[in-house]
Design a protein around this ligand. Structure first.
Ligand code: ADP
Length: 397
């Protein structure tokens, strides 16, 4: 069975075609600058890269080019689009309705539309991708896999904000959580690797990329997570502030005559690592300048790391303990120093850190000593594979 995974942004389409026998990626690629000058499709097969440069005026045309690339005589991997058994779409917001992935029909589309207010940047783009694929492949089943789904069954006390309750009732203002596909994938993958039943472990997963979040997982379910009503809350991120005292902004709005839009831009695009360090939002730059002894980089690094420690402590307390801590995402998988910075403070929990194992890194690896009471691991995330698996399961029904 072949499954196409689509992750659609406002001007881009990321895709991967899986052969579900052996869960192999046959081809993957990216359509960029849709509707903008200089649009391009980059298609990758077996380590080779092909670039198709032409005007891509809308997403429907972008999807058509993806299918053309996948079926191309020279660098294609299937002979016709009929070989694709199903398409899995990443959808950022599923609201309160979806705690699982679902086969897309008119009602599901309506629900995704209803969530546009909650994810104004993402859900419209995800819908455009779904519609484009449905037009090009009208007979192929489509599945929606939501970033919020894994967190949808958090206990109420962890998703209600301590603000007037009527805002939850009127507008659905609550913690939703994001990166669910990744938190679910890495926690399950780690348990599979350790030969443990996920239901028996208390797990804290740290997905550390440009966007970053921590989740507490008990009985195999997310019971709390650091991102909230939007992906702004929680950790210090590349350009997002994470948790801050809201009064800062009522103060600044008066002092600097800022509008709501200005504040939105500041907290989402100008804060986090970029805001403190100033030069870049890329963790590699922060680390390099930290090693070089630059003060602003050291500060950004410590703030980033201390927030992670804070959430681990918080969630260990909420679960009355933790058995396993997982690092993932571009930073969590690739930066040994931040794992060390965080784990060195966790010996009080019974975590016996293995510095040597940590330095070498690896796709999936334990980075604590053999008898450590609390284990720490690196697990490389694969959200696309998770989407492909869910799609396969749903269309097989
Ligand atoms: P996104 O949230 O966009 O998916 P990623 O998971 O790709 O982000 O993570 C991007 C982050 O990972 C960037 O801050 C980047 O600097 C960091 N990163 C990538 N490779 C390394 C590395 N070798 N060492 C440290 N950080 C890295």
């Amino acid at each position: 069975m072949k499954v196409l995974v689509i992750n659609c942004g406002s001007s881009s389409i990321k895709y991967q075609l899986f052969d579900m026998e052996g869960e192999k990626v046959l081809a993957k690629g990216l359509v960029e600058r849709i509707g903008i000058e200089g649009s391009i499709l980059t298609h990758k097969v077996n380590g080779s890269k092909y670039e198709i440069k032409e005007e891509i005026k809308d997403h429907k045309y972008g999807v058509k080019l993806v299918i053309d690339a996948l079926t191309n005589k020279d660098y294609g991997v299937i002979s016709s689009m009929d070989e694709i058994s199903g398409v899995g779409h990443r959808v950022v917001h599923g609201g309160e309705k979806y705690s699982e992935s679902v086969l897309i029909d008119e009602n599901v589309i309506k629900s995704i539309e209803e969530c546009i207010e909650l994810a104004p940047l993402h859900n419209p783009a995800n819908l455009i991708g779904i519609n484009a694929c449905m037009e090009i492949m009208p007979n192929t089943p489509m599945v929606a896999v939501f970033d919020t789904a894994f967190h949808a069954n958090m206990p109420k006390e962890n998703y209600i904000y301590p603000i007037p309750y009527e805002y939850y009732e009127k507008y659905g203002i609550r913690r939703y959580g994001f990166h669910g596909t990744s938190h679910k994938y890495i926690s399950n993958k780690a348990c599979e690797f350790l030969g443990e039943d996920i239901k028996n472990l208390k797990i804290i997963t740290c997905h550390l990329g440009n966007g970053a979040s921590v989740a507490a997982i008990q009985d195999g379910h997310s019971i709390n997570t650091s991102m909230g009503f939007t992906p702004l809350e929680g950790l210090c991120m590349g350009t997002r502030s994470g948790d801050v005292d809201l009064s800062i902004f009522t103060y600044l709005m008066k002092k600097e005559n800022l509008t709501y839009e200005d504040v939105d831009t500041i907290v989402n695009k100008k804060s986090g690592l970029l805001g403190i360090y100033g030069k870049s939002s890329d963790f590699r730059d922060v680390r390099a300048d930290k090693v070089a002894g630059k003060e602003e980089a050291i500060l950004a690094y410590k703030i980033f790391g201390n927030r992670i420690k804070g959430y681990i402590g918080n969630y260990a307390a909420q679960m009355n303990g933790v058995d396993l801590i997982i690092f993932s995402g571009g930073i969590g998988e690739n930066d040994p120093s931040i794992r060390e910075y965080v784990c060195e403070s966790l010996s009080f929990l019974g975590l016996d850190f293995d510095k040597e194992a940590n330095i070498e890194g690896g796709e999936i690896k334990v980075i604590t000593k053999k008898d450590s009471k609390v284990k720490a691991m690196i697990v490389t995330t694969d959200e696309e594979l998770m989407i492909a698996r869910d799609t396969k399961t749903i269309i097989a029904k």
